[in-house]
Write a protein of this length. Structure first.
Length: 229
C-alpha cells in the first residue's frame, strides 16, 4: 500500500478585519472560545492533517500560541508573523513546512468539518489541486451601476470555500509568480488556475461559512452549538 504524503494545514490569519471595524475577528469569543480556536480544533481533528502552521499578525502571535497551548493542540507546529497580503502570508508558511500536500484554510472559517478537510485533501492527493465549492443557488444579474443589464447563467457558477488543497511544489510555484507580478488575489486557487493547472471541485458544506461581519459571528455561534465537529 502506497504511503500517503505528509500533509500540512496552513492557516492565513493576518488580515486586518477591515469589515469588522478593525477588530481582530479571529480572536473574538464564540461560544466561550476565540474564533480561531474553533478553526484549529477542526483541523486538529482531521486524521489526514499531520501539521498546522498559522500565519498571523505580529501582535497576535503570542496570544494564539497561548491559546494553542491551553487547548492542547498538538499539531500546531509554528505560529508565524504573516505578510502584508494573503499570498505572502501563505508563502511564508509554505517555506516553513516540508509537506507534500498543503491544505490552506481561512482562519475565519470555524465551522469546517474534519470530513470536508479529508475529502478535499484526498482529492488533491489524486489530482494535485482541489477545493470545496457549492453550486450557486441564487439568480445572478449583471448590472451597470444600479441598472440590471442581463441575467447570468448560474449553471456553471460556484461559491468556493476552503480548505484549498494542493501539491506543495505546485502552489509554491504558482504563488511565487503571483508575488513576482505583484498581483492581488484573495483566493489561492486563482494562482494555480493562472499557470494554468486544473483545480478539481469536491462538494462543499453550507455550514462552512467565512466570518466577515458581526452577523456572521451570530450564525457561526449557532452552527457550532448545533453540531459537533
Amino acid at each position: 500500500m502506497k504511503k500517503r504524503p505528509y500533509v500540512a494545514a496552513i492557516v492565513p490569519a493576518a488580515g486586518s478585519s477591515s469589515r469588522m471595524g478593525g477588530i481582530p475577528k479571529i480572536l473574538v469569543p464564540v461560544n466561550g472560545l476565540p474564533l480561531i480556536g474553533h478553526t484549529l480544533c477542526a483541523l486538529e481533528a482531521c486524521a489526514l492533517i499531520d501539521e498546522i502552521v498559522v500565519a498571523a499578525r505580529e501582535e497576535d502571535v503570542a496570544t494564539i500560541a497561548d491559546l494553542c497551548h491551553g487547548m492542547g493542540l498538538l499539531k500546531v507546529s509554528r505560529i508565524l508573523r504573516g505578510g502584508d497580503s494573503r499570498p505572502l502570508s501563505v508563502m511564508i508558511a509554505l517555506m516553513e513546512t516540508k509537506a507534500g500536500i498543503v491544505a490552506i484554510h481561512d482562519g475565519a472559517r470555524p465551522c469546517v468539518t474534519p470530513a470536508l478537510c479529508s475529502a478535499t485533501i484526498e482529492k488533491a492527493i489524486q489530482t494535485g489541486a482541489a477545493l470545496p465549492a457549492l453550486p450557486l443557488s441564487d439568480s445572478v444579474k449583471l448590472a451597470d451601476g444600479t441598472i440590471i443589464k442581463t441575467s447570468a447563467d448560474r449553471s456553471s457558477l460556484y461559491t468556493v470555500q476552503t480548505p484549498q488543497c494542493f501539491e506543495a511544489g505546485l502552489i509554491k510555484g504558482a504563488l511565487a509568480k503571483v508575488l513576482q507580478a505583484g498581483l492581488d488575489i484573495t483566493d489561492d486557487s486563482a494562482a494555480v488556475e493562472a499557470l494554468p493547472y486544473p483545480v478539481h471541485i469536491v462538494p462543499g458544506e453550507a455550514r462552512n461559512i467565512k466570518v466577515t461581519t458581526a452577523d456572521d459571528l451570530l450564525i457561526a455561534s449557532a452552527l457550532l452549538k448545533g453540531g459537533a465537529l
